[in-house]
Design a binder for this molecule. Structure first.
Ligand code: WT7
Length: 647
C-alpha cells in the first residue's frame, strides 16, 4: 500500500472512545495555554511545596521546570496510594525466569522501600550521592531505585548485560559510592554470574574504583561468589532487617533523580541527567493518557529492562506514580519456550502490553500458532517502542496479538526526552500502521530542512523539538559543552533540540519517523554507537582500523557489520580472528553489541579529509549499487573490498 492518503487508517472503536482518559479537550487545553496545561498535569502529583513558576528557560538549553516546587518521587509512587486506601492492591506481579513468582502489594512495596531507605541512610549515603544499580529484573532493583529517589540519591542503572568494563567506566564517571547487584542472574534457564563482573569492574589495590564504599548483594541464584570483607554486604542481612517505617523528605523539583548512560556518536557514553518534578510529571501524564490507564482495573506489562530508559519510565516511575498493577518478567521470551509471554498475558490477564518491534518480528517468525494457543482476550491496548515499526509487523500485532480490537500506540521518544513525545492517543487518533502520528498535547515538534525551514508533505527532514518539555534531559553529567554541542548546535539560532532522527509528514500530516541519521545504530531497540564498537575492535592487537555500520536486518531492525584492516605483519587467521574480535566486543561493551558480520578488508573508503564513508559501506553491506563515490580518495577501494570478501 502506498503511504499517501489512500492507505488504511484504524480509528478507535466507539466503545474505546467512550471510556478513554484522553479526549479532544486535552488537546484543546494544551493549545490554549501550554504552560498552564503542564501546571495542571504536574498537579496530578503530590507536592510538599507548590511551585512558583512553571518554566524558567532563561538559561537555555538548561531548563528548570516547576521552579521552587518540592516533592518526593517515592512518596508519589508508593506512600500516597497506601494513604488513599489502596495498600492491598498489587503493584508488581513479578515472574521469575525459572518459574518462581511473587506479588508485591503497595503496602509491601512501602515497607521494603522504607527498609532500603533506612539502611542506605545507615551506611552514610546522603542526598546528592550516586548509586550504581547493576541488577537483573528482580523486585529489589525497583525497590533500590525507589529508595534512592526517596532519599535524593541519584541512581545510575547499568544494564546487567553490559560488561565489567562498561560498568567500571559508568561507576567512575558518576563516582558512585554504592553498587547494588545480585550474586547471579537467570539466563535461559541457567544461573549466570553477575557479582563476579562487579568484582572485576571495581578492581583492587591501585586499580580499585576509588569512589565505591560498598557493594550490596541480593541473593538471587544461591551461587558461590567471592567476598570482599568490609566492602560487600548481603541484602538479606542488612536491608531486610531494617525498620519498615521511614518518613520521606521533599526534594527540589530540579534535584537530579537519575543518570542513564546512552551511546552517542563518540566512543564515550553520555550520562543523561533527569530531574525530579518535570520528569515525574511527564512520565505520569503519558502513562495515564497514552496507555489509557485505569487504576485497579488494568494490568500493564512493559517488556523492557530497567537498564534502559523505557524500563525507568514505564516499568517504574510512570506506572507506580499512577498506582498501576504491572507485570515484571525476569527472563527472555523463549524461556523455557516461545509460549512464555502469552502464558503470562493469559495468567495475569494483562490488558496493556508494551514491547519493541524487534520482538513482534520475532513472534512473527515463530508463527501465529503460538499466540493463537492462548486466551489473549484480556488485552485492550498495545504499544510499540524503540524503533520504527514496519507496517507489516504493525498489522500482524494488531490482528494476531490484539485480535483486531486493540488500538496500537507507536510511541516515539528517547533516553534524552525521558518520556513519550510523539504517539497516537488511543481514544482519539485514527492510526496508520508505521506512523507515530503526532506530538502529544503539550509537546511541540517539527520536521525541518538544513536551514530550519518546515519541509512539505512527503519530504524527508530533521526531527526537532522546538519547545522545551518537562521531562527533557537537563544535561550530560559533568559535560555541559557536549550537551550543547550534541543537541543544540545544529539549530542554535532557533534554539531547537535536534533529536538525531530523520522524519517526514505524509499528506494527512501524520508523522513518520525514519530512524537515526547520525552514527548511532539501533539493534533490537538498543542504541549502540558505531564509534564504541570500532574502538572495541581496534582494541584487538591485530586490528589497525575499523569501520562499523548498521545494516538493515529483518528481525533486529539493524545488524552490526564491521569492516576491519589488519595491522602490518598480522595474519588473517580467518574464523579464529573473527571469533576473537566478536569476543573482544562482547567483553568491552556487551554481547548485544557483537557484530553480525566482520569483514577483513585491505582498506576503507575515505574522503579526502580522512572521514570514513559509512554510507558507502552500508550500500555494500546491504547489497546495493554504490551511491556517489566522487568524494572518495581511491574509488577502486570497493573492488578490493568486494574481491577479497565476497561481500
Ligand atoms: C531512538 C532513541 C524510546 C525509548 C527506547 C529507545 C528510536 C524510539 C521509536 C519509534 C521510530 C523510534 C529513534 C530514537 N525510536 N522509538 N516509536 N519510532 N523510532 O531509547 O535508546 O534513547 O533510542 O530510538 O531513533 O532517536 P533510546
Amino acid at each position: 500500500m502506498s503511504e499517501g492518503t489512500a492507505q488504511a487508517v484504524y480509528p478507535p472503536s466507539a466503545e474505546f472512545v467512550s471510556q478513554a482518559n484522553a479526549g479532544p479537550e486535552l488537546e484543546q487545553a494544551a493549545e490554549a495555554d501550554r504552560l498552564a496545561f503542564w501546571a495542571e498535569q504536574a498537579r496530578r502529583l503530590h507536592w510538599d511545596t507548590d511551585f512558583t513558576d512553571v518554566l524558567d528557560w532563561s538559561d537555555a538549553p538548561f531548563a528548570k521546570w516547576f521552579v521552587g516546587g518540592k516533592l518526593n518521587v517515592a512518596y508519589n509512587c508508593v506512600d500516597r496510594h497506601v494513604e488513599a486506601g489502596n495498600g492491598s492492591r498489587v503493584a508488581i506481579h513479578w515472574v521469575g525466569e525459572p518459574g518462581d513468582s511473587r506479588d508485591v502489594t503497595y503496602d509491601q512495596l512501602l515497607a521494603e522501600v522504607s527498609q532500603a531507605a533506612n539502611y542506605f541512610t545507615e551506611i552514610g549515603l546522603v542526598s546528592g550521592d550516586r548509586v550504581a544499580i547493576y541488577m537483573p529484573m528482580v523486585p529489589e532493583a525497583i525497590i533500590t531505585m525507589l529508595a534512592c529517589a526517596r532519599l535524593g540519591l541519584t541512581h545510575s542503572v547499568v544494564f546487567a548485560g553490559f560488561s565489567a568494563g562498561a560498568l567500571r567506566s559508568r561507576v567512575d564517571d558518576a563516582e558512585a559510592k554504592l553498587v547494588v547487584t545480585t550474586d547471579g542472574q537467570y539466563r535461559r534457564g541457567k544461573p549466570a554470574p553477575l557479582k563476579a563482573a562487579v568484582d572485576e569492574a571495581l578492581g583492587s589495590g591501585d586499580d580499585a574504583a576509588k569512589s565505591v564504599e560498598h557493594v550490596l548483594v541480593v541473593n538471587r541464584t544461591d551461587s558461590d561468589i567471592n567476598w570482599t570483607d568490609g566492602r560487600d554486604l548481603w541484602w538479606h542481612e542488612t536491608v531486610a532487617k531494617s525498620d519498615t517505617a521511614h518518613t520521606p523528605q521533599a526534594h527540589d523539583a530540579e534535584h537530579p533523580l537519575f543518570l542513564l548512560y546512552t551511546s552517542g556518536t563518540t566512543g564515550k557514553p553520555k550520562g543523561i541527567v533527569h530531574t525530579t518534578g518535570g520528569y515525574l510529571t511527564q512520565v505520569s501524564y503519558t502513562f495515564h493518557n497514552v496507555f489509557d490507564h485505569k487504576p485497579g482495573e488494568d494490568v500493564f506489562w512493559c517488556g523492557a529492562d530497567i537498564g534502559w530508559v523505557t524500563g525507568h519510565s514505564y516499568l517504574v516511575y510512570g506506572p507506580l506514580s499512577n498506582g498501576a498493577t504491572e507485570v515484571i518478567y525476569e527472563g527472555t521470551p523463549n524461556s523455557p519456550n516461545e509460549h512464555r509471554h502469552f502464558e503470562i498475558i493469559e495468567q495475569y490477564k494483562v490488558s496493556t502490553y508494551y514491547i519493541a518491534p524487534t520482538l513482534i518480528r520475532t513472534f512473527m517468525k515463530w508463527g501465529r500458532e503460538i499466540p493463537d494457543a492462548h486466551d489473549l482476550s484480556s488485552l485492550r491496548l498495545l504499544g510499540s517502542v524503540g524503533e520504527p515499526i514496519n507496517p507489516e509487523a504493525w498489522r500482524w500485532y494488531h490482528e494476531v496479538i490484539g485480535g483486531e480490537r486493540c488500538p496500537i500506540v507507536d510511541t516515539w521518544w528517547q533516553t534524552e526526552t525521558g518520556a513519550i513525545m510523539i504517539s497516537p492517543l488511543p481514544g482519539i487518533t485514527e492510526t496508520k500502521p508505521g506512523s507515530a502520528m503526532a506530538p502529544l498535547p503539550g509537546i511541540s515538534a517539527n520536521i525541518v530542512d538544513e536551514q530550519g525551514k518546515s519541509v512539505g508533505a512527503g519530504e524527508q527532514g530533521f526531527l526537532v523539538l522546538d519547545k522545551p518539555w518537562p521531562s527533557m534531559l537537563r544535561g550530560i553529567w559533568r559535560d555541559d559543552e557536549r550537551f550543547r554541542e550534541t543537541y543544540w548546535s545544529r539549530f542554535a539560532d532557533q534554539g531547537w533540540y535536534f533529536a538525531g532522527d530523520g522524519a517526514r509528514y505524509d499528506d494527512d500530516h501524520a508523522l513518520w519517523v525514519l530512524g537515526r541519521i547520525d552514527d548511532v545504530m539501533n539493534i533490537s531497540g538498543h542504541r549502540i554507537s558505531t564509534a564504541e564498537v570500532e574502538s572495541a575492535l581496534v582494541g584487538h592487537h591485530s586490528i589497525a582500523e575499523a569501520a562499523v555500520i548498521g545494516a538493515a536486518d529483518p528481525t533486529t531492525g539493524q545488524g552490526i557489520v564491521a569492516f576491519v584492516i589488519l595491522r602490518q605483519g598480522q595474519e588473517d587467521t580467518g574464523d579464529q580472528l573473527i571469533t576473537e574480535l566478536k569476543a573482544q566486543v562482547s567483553k568491552d561493551i556487551s554481547p548485544i553489541a557483537k557484530p553480525r558480520e566482520i569483514h577483513v578488508v585491505p582498506e576503507l573508503p575515505k574522503t579526502r579529509s580522512g572521514k570514513i564513508m559509512r554510507r558507502l559501506l552500508k550500500d555494500v553491506a546491504e547489497g546495493r549499487e554504490l551511491g556517489d563515490t566522487s568524494t572518495l580518495v581511491d574509488p577502486t577501494v570497493f573492488d578490493n573490498i568486494r574481491r577479497g570478501n565476497k561481500v
